[in-house]
Write a protein that binds this ligand. Structure first.
Ligand SMILES: Nc1ncnc2c1ncn2[C@@H]1O[C@H](COP(=O)(O)OP(=O)(O)OP(=O)(O)O)[C@@H](O)[C@H]1O
Ligand SMILES: O=C(O)c1ccc[n+]([C@@H]2O[C@H](COP(=O)([O-])O)[C@@H](O)[C@H]2O)c1
Length: 207
């Protein structure tokens, strides 16, 4: 297993830990905003940013992992949030494998997979997505312009019976999977792609 400096993760049985996987290319205030919202609304104890070696569905590779981790760490000051490159250490690229590996390593921890509503739209294209939903509860955070499509997406329709009303979002982490909820809070339109476009950089470019 390849070590990433400062990457010691601690999790205790019974803790509720949110997992926000992403390219973080670059990390931005929107990631922080949804993280603070997820901590509060899903009543999480900790939240880990899983900085991905690369989204398997995206055609262009992101900037180097160490750079994205360093930028993310520079942005985060809340001690409940940990920035980790654990997928690179575990050698997992598919979320189904990452979650299985984390659950095996920390049995008894209540992991919750988190995603913006844009990702729910294409969730049914993820590798073994039903397996992911069967492993951990899923918290979806509304993102501007994607809520309606997310609610009517293939994955949402198939998982509709496992949906909790937003008023019960605080119970999500303790709910047996499959369970999911979409929270609508103050939304932010910030995105990595907009930041890259503003910098006039292609994904993975440096400058
Ligand atoms: N403004 C936002 N509102 C809600 N969810 C967000 C927001 N920004 C990012 N997310 C979510 O955070 C996770 C990681 O996102 P990612 O690192 O890909 O950033 P991004 O801004 O979505 O990047 P890109 O624009 O390149 O797709 C994803 O689940 C994504 O849906
Ligand atoms: O496992 C999959 O099939 C899969 C497909 C697309 C995205 N993901 C994960 O979803 C998270 C968000 O990806 P991204 O690139 O939108 O930031 C990140 O952890 C990816 O590894 C996972």
């Amino acid at each position: 297993m390849r070590a990433v400096a400062g990457d010691t993760l601690i999790a205790l049985p019974g803790q509720r830990i949110g997992l926000l996987g992403g390219s973080f290319d670059p990390p931005h205030a929107g990631h922080l905003h949804i993280t603070e919202m997820a901590l509060r609304r899903f009543r999480l104890d900790r939240l880990w940013w899983l900085v991905s070696p690369g989204n398997p569905l995206k055609p262009h590779g992101p900037a180097p992992l160490a750079d994205r981790i360093a930028s993310a760490r520079a942005l985060v000051h809340d001690p409940r949030i940990r920035v980790t490159g654990i997928e690179a250490q575990l050698g997992t690229r598919w979320t189904a494998d990452t979650i299985a590996a984390l659950r095996a390593r920390w049995p008894g921890v209540r992991f919750v997979w988190l995603m913006g509503s844009d990702n729910l739209i294409q969730f049914s294209r993820w590798d073994r997505w039903r397996g992911i939903a069967a492993q951990v509860p899923i918290g979806v955070i509304a993102r501007p312009g994607t809520r309606t499509q997310a609610r009517t997406s293939r994955a949402a329709r198939i998982m509709w019976g496992a949906r909790l009303p937003e008023s019960r979002a605080g119970l999500l982490a303790d709910a047996p999977a499959p369970a999911w909820v979409m929270i609508n809070g103050p939304m932010t339109a910030l995105s990595s792609s907009a930041i890259r476009a503003a910098r006039n950089l292609a994904p993975g470019s440096r400058g």
